[in-house]
Structure formats: structure tokens, C-alpha cells
Design a protein around this ligand. Sequence first.
Ligand code: ZN
Length: 270
Amino acid sequence: MKRLKSIIILLALMLVPLLAMAQEAAEYPANYARAPRFKALLYYSDTAEPAHVDFANQAIDFFNRLTYGEGWILETTTSLRDYVDRLDDFSVIIVINITPEPGREREAMERYMENGGGWLGFHAAAYNDRNTNWPWLNKFLGCGAFYCNNWPPQPVLLDIDAPESDVTRNLPASFVAPESEWYQWNPSPRDNADVEILASISPKNYPLGIKDVIRHGDFPIAWRNKNYRMVYLNYGHGDREFTDATQNLMTLNAFRYVVSRDPKGNPFEK
Ligand code: ZN
């Protein structure tokens, strides 16, 4: 009997640290992810040209993976119709390959951005020509209309223009970006004093293209307009855009840059 008692006491003593560990483990995720810190809305088209839909699908996967720690919430939509009254719920709108519809959707986007909203746009998000008929988009981007593009899609050597920026400071001075269709703008956003150019296509790439060849011209492909909480990244064509760690880091930096300047407070510091 005495022996049995000793065994029970021994077992109980052995259980104490195990119970403490179990309690710690149970508390750990609850403490870490007590509440998602912000929401992002990813806005895309699934009926655009196939290479732009390929990019959209991979972008959704890329950003979705960043939510695995449950630190923030990603919503995806192919229409802003149901969001016009609640864009303010989101720290950032990630615009993949689409332009809002004229009327309420464009007005909602303008209102949101003019009041401190966050925008991370890729490739066709900034496409505009004489048919787009949305002058605010040019003011917002700080550049003229779409001017020309290379074809077929190609990798290019990029030069970093702003090595001190939070979007680029941990990147090499130059790197080769995966193949994309690259857009040039006229006038260039570099002509706008409110724009900070982050990266450009190096002149060493000229002539760029085979069918559609670009032979010269200022060629910024990543920038921000200082009047808004935004970054534009021109890549976003095809299924190779997330194959390069350096470019992925620039994408991630741009996302963090926009979100961290939320006027409601930096969610990453919560
Ligand atoms: Zn394209």
C-alpha cells in the first residue's frame, strides 16, 4: 500500500511539468493571434486576357500564404460593386489586373484614396488609354497615358532608383526580373515632382522586344506618388512573376510599406 502511494505521488510529480507545458502550448496561438491586425482586399478580373488571369491566380496564392499566421485577413473579389460603402474597412486594396467600373466604383476608389486609403497596384491596374476615360487615375499615378510595351514578355535588368526606400533598401542595386510585358508611359512619372521612382528598366536592355520593340525612353516600373498611400509595380503578366526571390521581396516590401502607413496606426506594431 505504501509502495502504491509512493508510485501515485511520483506519477503526480511527473505530471506537473507536463500539465504546465500543455497549458503554455494552449495559450501560445491564442496570445499570438488574438485578433487579425488588418484586412486587405484583393481586386482582380478572372475574365481578362489569359496571361493577366494567370498572374491573378498566382498573386492570390502569394498573398493568401502571407495570411497563414492569421495575422491579417485577405478578401478577394472580382467586383467592387458590393464594396463601394466599405472600402474603409481595408488597410490596402491590392489591384491586380482591372480598373473599377465608371460611376459608383470609381467614385468609391477616389474617395477612399483621397482620404488616406492604401493601394498596391500591378501591371494592368494602371493601364489607361484614350478609352479608359478616368482622368483621376492619371493624377493618382502621377504619369501620362500608356505609351508602349515590349512583346513578347521578357526578363529585364532592373536598376533600383531609390536605395534608401523601405520598398527597396534590402534589394541589390540591380537584378534580373522574371519575364513580363513591360509598359512605358508618356509623360514618364519621373517628370512629376510628387513621384518617387523606386526602380526602372536599365537602358542596357535596349532594344527590348522582338515583335514590339522599345528602343529608348525613360522606363520606370515601380514608383509611389507621395500624395497618396500607394505603390505601383508594373510587372504582372504571365505565370512566371513569382519565380524570383528578389522580385518577391520587392512585392512583399511594397505591401508592407503601404499597410504600415495606415493612418489608423501601423498594424505591424500592434
Ligand atoms: Zn500584360
